[in-house]
Design a binder for this molecule. Sequence first.
Ligand code: HEM
Length: 441
Amino acid sequence: MTQAPRPDARTFPAEARTPRAARIPTPGSPAGDGPRQPDPRTPADGPPVHHWPVDHLGALAFDPLLHRLLREEPIARITLRFGEGEAWLATSYEHVRDLSSDPRFSRALTVGRPVTSMTPHTVAPVGGIGRTDPPDHTRLRRLVAQAFSRKRAAELRADAEETARRLVATMVAQGPPADLAEAVTGPMPERLLAGLFGVPAADFGRLQTWREVILSSNHSQEKGDAVKAEIAAYFRGLADLRSRQPGDDLFSELTTLQSAGALSRPELVSLSVMVVLNTLDQIRNQAATMVYALLTHPEQLALLRAEPTLVPRAVEELLRFIPQRNGVGLPRIATEDVAVGDVLIRAGDAVYVSYLAANRDPRVFTEPDRLDVTRDEAPHLAYGNGPHYCLGASLARMEFEVILSTLLRELPHLRPAVPPERVRWRRGSINRGPETLPVAW
Ligand code: HEM
């Protein structure tokens, strides 16, 4: 592994900014050109550094720092609670889209770098798909592309519909009130993983416990490392089992590919950790948050009830509108000097992009802070962009469409069972979502 250069903690004096001709314009500035108004917070030697503690936000609240930077400093300097040094943070749609697809920014170079970060440990495993660059990244994505394709998601839809119908029927049979997260949005991804990935149903208790630790920022590095070691050992054990007794599932297929040398054992393990934890966490949280958002925007829910064919479009709008996570995801490291807007990102600098902020960019979305299930504008960036675009996007979309359609159809009078302000939201977690979602019908 190439040793990455140390982070350059300096900020850049105005003179070091790129010559105009080479600039990618700053969104919102008049053609990104012309003199900038003096910023009272800007020290003489470069842009200000914003400390971003990423405070707890409940329900659908949007991070106030992201809201401000998006409008005032679409590429800014930040520090986060853990790690070392500073990083750039891009918030505008244009910068986020450009930076996330620019091959001059590397994920592999984050390995071994204590970049300023949200969590005491790096969530994505070393050697994992999120922390590799081409050609390793391309090879790993190709191995699993089919399993996560739109076509595969379409094939799995009938199963998902049947599962959703049964889960809702069981919930109804037990009578109101019920916790929708416990009854429907939590079990849905477990069934999906059991069928597609071949995770034994009996192991979900352990996996859910590990998920809660790994995807939180509320624990020590030692605890995080211990749980990461346990989950890696679990998947190594499962790989041993599946190489002796292969099943008709993706994990068995990957184990066979690993034996044939198409991927290494650590790559198999880290890919599995990413797939399993993301599926369990994101589908549960986002589906429950989508239902919460609709229940608290009754006029939007009424539109969907009147016109259920709007569900796919509503899912996209909910993905755009909902702040799915706290803070930001994995950084990238610049492999050469790159001019962005009116700043120069130096080779070796760490860069974060905020897909959440990009999804609220007023230069791209009309009234971006309004939920509008009929919206038909630019594609949202909730699933990321570029080569690291979310692997599970088609599966997640399919599950969200199935969950919402089933609830609309089966429970036309679905309503919150407690006032919205009494819904408890997860604290100290990376992905946001309600702890429980009490509903009645
Ligand atoms: C609402 C649900 C989800 C959202 C909003 C979401 C969002 C994202 C985002 C923003 C990224 C990172 C993009 C980047 O690094 O630039 C990502 C990557 C990834 N997601 Fe998802 N995700 C969701 C569900 C899932 C599911 C269900 C899976 C299960 C397969 C999954 C698996 C992954 C993997 C493996 C990556 C890393 C891909 C790579 O680095 O090449 N995600 N996702």
